[in-house]
Every structure is written in C-alpha cells, then in structure tokens.
Ligand binder design. Sequence first.
Ligand code: GTP
Ligand code: MG
Length: 555
Amino acid sequence: CFILLASLNKISLVNRPAGAGTAGVLSLCVGSEDRTPKKRFSEVQNERREQAQRTVLIHCPDKINEKKFLKFLSQHGPINSHFFYESFGLYAAVEFCQKESVTSLQNITRTPSLGPEAAIPFKSRYLNLKLRNSLNQTSELSSIQCSNQSSPSSKKLYQLLCCAESVDDQLNTLLREFQLTEENTRLRYLTCSLIEDVAAAYFPDCAVRPFGSSVNSFGKLGCDLDMFLDLDEIGKFTAQKTSGNFLMEFQVKNVPSERVATQKILSVIGECLDQFGPGCVGVQRILNARCPLVRFSHQASGFQCDLTTNNRIALKSSELLYMYGALDSRVRALVFSVRCWARAHSLTSSIPGAWITNFSLTMMVIFFLQRRSPPILPTLDYLKTLADAEDKCIIEGHNCTFVGDLNRIKPSRNTETLELLLKEFFEYFGNFAFNKNSINIRQGREQNKPESSPLHIQNPFETSLNVSKNVSQSQLQKFVDLARESAWILHQEGKDRPSPSSNQPWGLAALLLPSVANNMSLSKKKKKPASERIKNLLDSIKSSGAENSTATNGR
Ligand code: GTP
Ligand code: MG
C-alpha cells in the first residue's frame, strides 16, 4: 500500500510560497543519564559514518500506520532502528542492518511525475513515501509518536532552572535540555552521508565528515552542521604499495595553489548541491573567505550546513575538544552554561563579526579548568606526552599529536562543585590581564601576548595564530563587565537565595534572565565604575576572608 518516490530537486514552473521549508530544529527526548562518550573519537566517527550509510531518510504522509510502514520496508532486509521527527512535515530515519537493503529499496523506488514541474533524476537516499489507495487506508492510519523535538523555550528553561535543587543541578539541567540527542546526532551524520553521495559523483571514495560542535560534544540542539569534504581518503584506498622500477601517477590538472584547488572543488560541489542535491536550498558559495566554504540549508533535517574542504586541523581541534569534554563530567556542564550565558547577553552571535565565538569560549573554559588546583584538565603538552606511535599526527607541518585513548588519562582529584567553578570562572576572567597575557591551553599557563589583539587565545595546533583575532576591545570589555557582574550576582546569591515557593529566578536562571541583561544595561551608563566597583568589592571580600568562597552547598 505504499509507493516510494525519490526526493528530487524540482524545477519549479509554478509560483512557490517564499521561505517554504526553512530550517526547523529537531527535538527528541533526552535521557537523564550521563552520556559522556568514552570511546576514541575516530572509533565514534567511523561507527556513526557506517551507520549513516545504512540509513535512509523518508518524508512521510502526516498520518501513517507505523507497523505496516516498517513491514513494507523490511521486505528489503532487517531494520536495525528507526525514529520519526517533525520538520515541515513528518520524516523517518530508518537504519537497515545491511547496506544492500538500501540498494534494494532504491531499486523499487520510482522517479515522480510532477505535473507542471520537471524532475532531475538524481537518485539519493532521501525518499518520499506516498500512500497508494489512501482512501481505503484512512481507517488504519494513526498519528506517529515523534519524540519531543526542540530545545526548551526560554520560559520553560527558567521554570526548570528555578525548580532545581542547587546551582549544580541547574547546570546539569541546562546541559540535559540543550545537548544533542542521540537522534539529532544520527541525523547530522546522515545529512553528511547524503551530501557525500552528491560529492562522490565527482570524487568517488571521498568522505564528508562532520566536525565542530556536532561532534565535539559541546553542540547545542539547533547548532549549525560543519562538515568537510575529505579527499585524502581517495589516496588511501587507491595507493597500494607497488614494487619494481615503475611508478604510476594520475594525470591531473594543476592549479597555482592549495587554496585555488579548494576553491575550484568547492565551486563545483556547490553548483552540484544547488542543481541536483535533493533538499539542499539557499546554496551560497563563499569562496573568498579565509577558509572557503559552501553554505546551504538542508531542508529535511533542518540543519544550516557549512561545507569546507582541506580542513583536517579543524577536525583535529574537534577531537581535542571531544577528549576534554569526555575527561570530566563538569566540563560540558560548565561549557554549556557559559555558552548559554554568552548567548543570552549577545556576547556571541550567529552573524560573523567582532564577537567572541563559542570555540573561543570553550578554550577559555578549558584553560580555566587547567588552572584549578589541583587541575581538572591536563594541558595539551601533557596529552602529547601520553601519545603513542598510532597517535602521531602532523598536518601541514603542524604537530597535532596527542593521546587518543581516554583510558590512559588519570581522572582529576579536584572535587570542586559546578557552582564554585562557575563563580570562579567569572571572577577569573573578570580579573584576567587581557592586555598583557595570552590564553594557552597547550601549556596551561598565561603567556605574554605575541601581538596586540585585545583578546589572544593561542590556536592549539597552529600556534602562531590567534583564534580570537576578530574580537574587538569593546566586545572584550563587555565580556569582562558581564563576567564581573555575574560573579557578583552568584556571590550575593550564595548568601541570600529566594525560597523555592517565591518563584524568583536565582542562580543560573538569574544570570540568564533578560532582567539581568537589563540590570547590566542600567549599569552601562556608568560602565567603568560599576565594573571596577564590583571587582574591588570581590577583591576585598576575598582578601578579608569575610566569606568563605567555597561555601557552595545547594539550596
Ligand atoms: P557552534 O557555535 O556551536 O557552531 O560551535 P563550533 O565549535 O561548531 O564553531 P564553528 O561552527 O564556528 O567552527 C567549527 C569548528 O571550526 C570549531 O569547532 C573549530 O574546530 C574550528 N574553528 C572555528 N574557529 C576557529 C578558529 O578561529 N581557529 C581554528 N583553528 N579553528 C576554528
Ligand atoms: Mg559549528
């Protein structure tokens, strides 16, 4: 009773409503268990990529009989898992046990006849399910259970935070509500896999790999999907070792530089996604950027995608952040809270500019955790000393070696609470000598700034670069002022917390609330004195020892 149609790019011969099918955010249930990943990064990447290759994405009618749908699909082989989600319609991601099942399903899938529109017959794994004799089936149809999909609204979040038991509980709640769900993660790998199919038309054996916050364990529901086209795979598979006197090379076209090669490759892939890529809309080729990229929306998943190539160092940075996120359960909770705090106060933005980025904020949290006594996180240099031959990694002359096996790193003996760490984070950076010092997670020590950018955070692998070169003095000052005010709020709060029945925002909720932002803007009129005053007050409290800053118990 079902018909599968290949989802094709339609050439519209009729008027279409503007903005139809723009990105929607997926939201699926989040378990409360600690999901801190423990596997090696490369293992996770390979497993997820292979899983995505056995998966199809199906646009379904709004009502469908789930049992019959699965029975229909299992004619092509056993199904390992599936889930439904909503994003401008109902979608199912169905993972078969074997890759062959996907081919078998594609073989019975037809190309639609579109009436006034014409189809470009590109056969992908993004399909469309139609009901045959839908009238006869109406009685059997039922609404599908979609796991609840989006990250909580601000209102819901504040409610959850206000009901929490302690500030630590608040930070963990925020993490649980915002972290990528299992299904959202699968969809990210599936989207990369679908794009890989398009790119493979030009470059067979290429790989499209996700990187950035989709894989580094710091991604929030709704974050963009960074992916890179990995052409090194091609060499790996084909270059068998040969012996004898002859050496065979491919005839290739030469271009003046690596950058030009990247631009040319991304140009054709961008064109291809635009013309033939089912569900890829709003394709922009941003080829003159420092790191050339193709930006597009993947309608069916709702992801805003950035595709780059020749970007192995960024993948290595993602691996490093993944390691740090997995080493101690406090790391992700703290990073999520700092990222949400920065977003709530417009310190970060989705538009590129003089703002601090989430990547820089994460580096600041890592650095801060390296500076605790005893340290919560090891330095990158230490991780390098634990590396073995298999971990050795040199990319474009940069030594990116560090240990890949998490089990070789001893857990920290530090037992500080999240509440204390959050407060101390704000105090630490509220007082940091940004004018003189650079943040350096390789050595875990402040270094003299090698150049005059207001904020200097050394790139962990390309050590002569500053990852926050874009940040202006005024944005840095805004960060410092807000950090001081937030330290102050947390400090005051510890002494005088409203009762749970009063429904007053407290702890993290007080830091994220717009009213806090309003308070901040009130103090903006006298920005310098307010900020300085808070700093002095905090200093005097500390030096007189009037308040024990380790008084961090919950409510
Ligand atoms: P979101 O804001 O959630 O997207 O965080 P993100 O970590 O994905 O950041 P973004 O999308 O801006 O960048 C993707 C990845 O590129 C990061 O995770 C880093 O690995 C890398 N990256 C971003 N900016 C820089 C930079 O200035 N220097 C270096 N070396 N890598 C960067
Ligand atoms: Mg990103």
